[in-house]
Write a protein that binds this ligand. Structure first.
Ligand SMILES: Cc1cc2nc3c(=O)[nH]c(=O)nc-3n(C[C@H](O)[C@H](O)[C@H](O)COP(=O)(O)O)c2cc1C
Length: 339
């Protein structure tokens, strides 16, 4: 089996190694969702630091789909230039780039814009009671994902990830906890899958054939009222059929229960989905120790390792992990002499 610092290819995406920068909201965007110097520095420096795939944070396909008004947006053509600059800054250092297309649904805290959800349920106290989407409003959001994907391609991203995790809109549709609809978008598993599958097909239709499509899922809900890992496997099979090429396996977010967090706590989800669905997976969750990250890849439990907080603390983490393993990553310019 290949190791952490071996190349990875999926369709037309060729990564120099299997370290992915996990998507992380920076809460630093302009109020209109535009990228700025913070994002250029933040993403560019992780590319310099040796990450194979830089995943840009959850980016709202609608203004009201942002978690906060300091999140990035991709709901207008005006957003493309700033996002393209992130891509252009990362490319010379050999990093490939991706962007996470997102809609927060109930969990949007954007002021003056009512939040929306499959059902009008008050969740987690801090969130406003959402408006339950009508069928034509659902179709508008599918269209917003499609346009977002078109803009991501125009900005030059190498791949796109649909945010289907953490209790945001797509996850709200999938979960029986948050989806209490009695029309064709709710009730049975087949109905709860309808909106997510429509989003996948819409995105797939506008990205190039050789561009893989990633989807982040909450593998489990940590609630007996939610779906199980077995049901997620069934859902992921349908995501695959609709065009998803790789599953990024996170968990939780739909109920206020936090799992025990320890190194590798979500790896079993990535391993199960990989084995039972037959798609490559991304594992995430405290994987910033080189031995553990290497083990996850070499044992075939996941194809990529996503690192979040570890990369906030150390932009050169990929380089440092490689060093610990006796592998030399090329560093640009004069850095290469001293690093
Ligand atoms: C500041 C911060 C922002 C985050 N924003 C996102 C996000 O935009 N999209 C997402 O899917 N996960 C988000 N996450 C979750 C991370 O991508 C990652 O799954 C989580 O931090 C666990 O990985 P780690 O243990 O390596 O930090 C965020 C995490 C942090 C710490």
């Amino acid at each position: 089996m290949p190791g952490l610092f071996d190349e990875f290819a999926l369709k037309g995406l060729n990564l120099k190694n299997r370290v992915m920068m996990s998507p992380m909201c920076q809460y630093h965007a302009e109020p209109n969702g535009m990228a700025n110097d913070w994002h250029f520095l933040h993403y560019g420096s992780r590319a310099v630091g040796g990450v194979g795939l830089v995943m840009v944070e959850a980016t709202g396909v609608e203004s009201r789909g942002r978690i906060t008004s300091a999140d990035l947006g991709i709901w207008s053509d005006d957003h493309v230039a700033g996002l393209a600059r992130i891509v252009d800054l990362c490319r010379p250092y050999g990093a490939k780039t991706a962007i996470q297309l997102a809609h927060a649904g109930t969990k949007s805290e954007v002021a003056d814009e009512p939040n929306v959800a499959p059902s009008s349920l008050t969740r987690f106290e801090q969130y406003r009671t959402p408006h339950a989407l009508t069928e034509s409003e659902i179709a508008d959001i599918v269209e917003a994902f499609r346009k977002g994907a078109e803009r991501a391609v125009a900005a030059g991203f190498d791949t796109v990830e649909i945010h289907g995790a953490h209790g945001y809109l797509i996850n709200q549709f999938l979960s029986p906890i948050t989806n209490r609809r009695d029309d064709s978008y709710g009730g049975s598993l087949e109905n709860r899958l309808r909106f997510p599958l429509e989003v996948i097909r819409a995105v797939k239709a506008v990205i190039p054939d050789d561009m893989p499509l990633l989807m982040r899922v909450s593998s489990v809900e940590y609630s007996e009222d939610g779906y199980s890992l077995e049901e997620m496997v069934e859902m992921a099979r349908q995501f695959k059929e609709a065009g998803v090429d790789m599953i990024d396996c996170s968990s939780g977010g739909n109920v206020p229960i936090r799992p025990d967090v320890y190194p590798g706590y979500q790896v079993p989800f990535a391993a199960t989905i990989r084995r039972d669905v037959g798609l490559p997976t991304v594992a995430v969750g405290r994987l910033d120790h080189h031995s553990l990250a290497e083990e996850v890849v070499r044992s075939g439990r996941a194809d990529l390792v996503a690192i979040g907080t570890g990369l906030l603390k150390d932009p050169y983490l990929a380089k440092h992990m490689a060093e610990q393993m006796g592998i030399k990553l090329e560093m640009p310019g004069v850095y290469g002499k001293f690093f």
